[in-house]
Design a protein around this ligand. Structure first.
Ligand code: NCD
Ligand code: ZN
Length: 372
């Protein structure tokens, strides 16, 4: 067990675990009314979040990222010290100087590579990865991590093979071409990708979502079509889910939280052509805790949730703590967004774990001035 994790018995008789406040290294907060509705959930669970840039239009300039960061800060519930860490959306045409400028000014800490058309709002993404070599070389030089949505976009590729094909055809050659580039393979869904992460650690890391630890591809069709379990990369076979659970709970430093919380209005999901994305922001930590408990690995939860990601990004871990209890809790089935609603992953279900209390950290980070 890590020195910071404390097991206690709570009055209800269940176990409780105190860990450093965790970070979410992959979060879609959206904008406007949706941002205001979903941010409180992420801010209640995580001290920092790495904010995905796939807005409409995407966050492709330093000015756009700085303005988006201000909107997130302004949307925080009162008293929240949640810190948004920003990312840059790579296109075929983004200039290496712009990417470096945002990094040097502390506006963004990483850049996101969406293969064009791979997922929600990815149509401005990269069509030719070797074509952005000058950007990747610059990132390699300045130590700026590249975050990759690793799926092939050729419509002829079977949807369940898209991650594997991307790894073979695009990721492995990219790692060879850029041997010093730090890379996060996001929302890993296959056993083979986990092995690629391990083989290339520590300069390569992988994030794992709560839902890919809990559902497999059959869950999406259990008793009928379950559009709220559809996300990209799509969940795979059971053997992959089991491998993901082993990896996340293993204590290996190359794996950490990225919830990929991705809210869409109910109508956009329950549709003839439903959007990809699961809103997991309200039940993420409870779900991770349950998985670690089921795997007998609660002593590794703090590393996965609060230490490994910070180490990869060269940031200090959060100083505050959160107490998680083995006590049943429930989250609402959906949350309101204007006159619409977003369905909550595992909403209105008994959760085995609950978040007892979060103590804010005693210091804050100003990315321009370092740690204060
Ligand atoms: C994400 C979204 O909705 O923005 N959807 C998803 O299925 N995960 C985009 C992404 O991360 O692929
Ligand atoms: Zn995502």
């Amino acid at each position: 067990m890590s020195s910071n994790a404390l097991f206690d018995t709570v009055p209800s008789g269940g176990a409780a675990l105190t860990i450093r406040r965790p970070d979410d290294w992959h979060v879609h907060l959206r904008d406007g009314a949706m941002l205001a509705a979903v941010l409180p959930y992420t801010a209640a669970q995580f001290a920092r979040g790495l904010i995905m840039p796939n807005l409409v239009p995407p966050v492709t300039s330093v000015a756009a990222a700085a303005a988006y960061r201000e909107r997130i800060l302004a949307a925080r519930p009162s008293g929240s010290d949640f810190l948004p860490l920003m990312t840059c959306y790579l296109t075929d045409h983004i200039a290496p100087d712009e990417v470096e400028k945002g990094h040097a000014e502390g506006v963004w800490i990483a850049a996101k590579l969406y293969p064009a058309g791979a997922t929600t709002n990815a149509h401005h993404g990269v069509t030719d990865i070797p074509g952005i070599a000058p950007v990747l070389e610059r990132m390699e030089k300045i130590g700026m991590p590249l975050l990759i949505h690793g799926e092939a976009t050729d419509p002829a590729v079977d949807i369940f093979d898209r991650e594997a094909v991307f790894m073979d055809q695009s990721l492995l050659p990219l790692l060879k071409r850029h041997p010093g580039l730090k890379v996060v393979i996001e929302h890993v869904t296959t056993a083979e990708t986990l092995d690629i992460v391990r083989a290339n650690a520590p300069r390569v890391a992988g994030t794992i979502t709560p839902h890919h630890l809990m559902i497999n591809r059959t869950s999406i069709f259990q008793g009928g079509l379950r559009p709220h379990l559809y996300c990209l990369p799509v969940a795979k076979r059971e053997r992959h889910r089991l491998a993901l659970r082993k990896a996340a709970t293993s204590g290996e430093g190359c794996f950490f939280i990225g919830t990929d919380t991705a809210p869409h209005a109910r109508g956009a999901k329950e549709s003839a052509c439903g959007c990809a994305g699961v809103f997991v922001g309200a039940t993420a930590l409870q779900s991770y805790a349950q998985v670690f408990d089921e795997e007998g690995a609660l002593d590794h939860l703090e590393a996965f949730a609060s230490l490994n990601g910070a180490r990869f990004y060269g940031l200090v871990p959060n100083a505050g703590t959160v107490m998680i209890e083995k006590r049943k809790s429930r989250v609402a089935a959906s949350i309101a967004v204007g006159d619409q609603e977003v369905v909550v992953f595992r909403g209105d279900e008994d959760l085995a774990w609950s978040i007892a209390e979060a103590k804010p950290r005693r210091w804050s980070i100003d990315l321009r001035r370092g740690f204060v």
